[in-house]
Design a protein around this ligand. Structure first.
Ligand SMILES: Cc1cc2nc3c(=O)[nH]c(=O)nc-3n(C[C@H](O)[C@H](O)[C@H](O)COP(=O)(O)O)c2cc1C
Length: 144
């Protein structure tokens, strides 16, 4: 199985989440290509069994411009996109929490619910990542 993790992060929370997902995939013997959105060369989703897409949420629940550009760069809706992200409930409560994750899940009609992490993923939220990843990989194996 081959996977990629494409993500954007300003202050490090989404990057930390991406790195934890990377470690957990490596631990299962799964190949992972890391892609920093807006920095690295374009990637081709069709080369991967799963493309993990990570984003934070910006003002009033918006999706970062870098992610919108990435979506345009891909240019179609691959059926293998699993979305994760970080946010902060202090910015608008549950309604706006990780709204960019919800928007991307809807846009890609993702098979998987989005993973939402409050700020840093370290510590008590790691089990949430584990459970989510288990669900993604079960279904990915099923379709592979
Ligand atoms: C100006 C600003 C607006 C934000 N708006 C939201 C928001 O609407 N919803 C949300 O869940 N988080 C919001 N956040 C919180 C960030 O998404 C959160 O801190 C995230 O973990 C940052 O990711 P990063 O560390 O990968 O850059 C906002 C943060 C800032 C600075």
């Amino acid at each position: 199985m081959r996977t990629a993790i494409a993500y954007v992060s300003y202050s490090g929370n989404t990057e930390e989440t991406a790195e934890l997902i990377q470690q957990k995939l490596y631990a299962r013997g799964i190949q992972v290509d890391m892609h920093r959105i807006g920095i690295d060369q374009p990637i081709h989703p069709s080369q991967y069994d799963v493309l993990f897409l990570g984003t934070f949420t910006w003002e009033n629940g918006s999706t970062p411009d870098e992610v919108k550009d990435f979506v345009l760069e891909i240019g179609y809706k691959p059926d293998n996109v699993a979305v994760f992200g970080t946010g902060d409930t202090q910015f608008g409560g549950d309604d706006l929490f990780c709204k960019a994750v919800d928007k991307l899940v809807t846009f890609y009609e993702s098979k998987w619910g989005g993973l939402k992490i409050e700020q840093s993923p370290r510590g008590s939220q790691e089990y949430v990542i584990d459970n989510w990843l288990k669900g993604v990989l079960q279904h990915a194996r099923h379709i592979a």
